[in-house]
Design a binder for this molecule. Sequence first.
Ligand code: 6PG
Length: 244
Amino acid sequence: MKEIYIFSGIEQITDFVINKWTDLSEKAINEKGVFSVALSGGKTPEMLYQKLTEKTELPWNKTHIFMVDERFVPYESSESNFRMISQSLLRHVTIPAKNIHFISTTDDTPQTSALKYENDLISYFKKTNKNSPGFDLILLGIGSDGHTASLFPSSSSLKVTRHLVMAVSPADKTGEKRITLTLPVINKTKDIYFLVTGEGKADTIKKVLENKNSVLPAAMVKPDNGNLFFLLDNSAASMLSARR
Ligand code: 6PG
């Protein structure tokens, strides 16, 4: 199932996701005792992470937080996704340290960090999902070049089938190396939410949603057996031919 929702702004998107998060966590915990969610970096989800801290009634002790991607930079760097997620959310909720699955960036190489994170995922899925990979929820963003997670257009990482995690270089090759979830594990997620705001994304959203043959990474997110939601503000949706 793929659904597109258009909101007046990020506040409304935030409230929508918090309601879904609440329902999905309850459902997952009733079924298997734990709830797993993978979070993106970027600017768009920051308000959501901040507002989630007010939800003290959420079952944080049974919630496992994973990361969608990370730059290979120290935690202190303003580029660190884990730092942003910690500062806006994790530090302010009562969540056991063992439930926080971050991507280490203190290893010698991004490849070593990717392998470590992949092993963490494998052992979590083995314990909770009878060995089948798949988060309950993933929150993704889209870059204006159509990237999602750290999967960049034309990157060989888009073809990876045997790994859940990869070390990659950004499209322009000049930025920091990154570690990212791959399409196979993203597509195994039960509920995938793209959060996209701003006029600067309107053309990309049009290409992702209206070009059936799009090879943009965000268009390659197609859940194997789950739900896909595009949560857009009016500006990001402004170039769609059929406004829903
Ligand atoms: C990151 C993510 C990236 C992000 C998009 C959208 O930056 O850490 O890898 O995929 O979600 O670039 O970013 P914005 O939310 O800042 O537009």
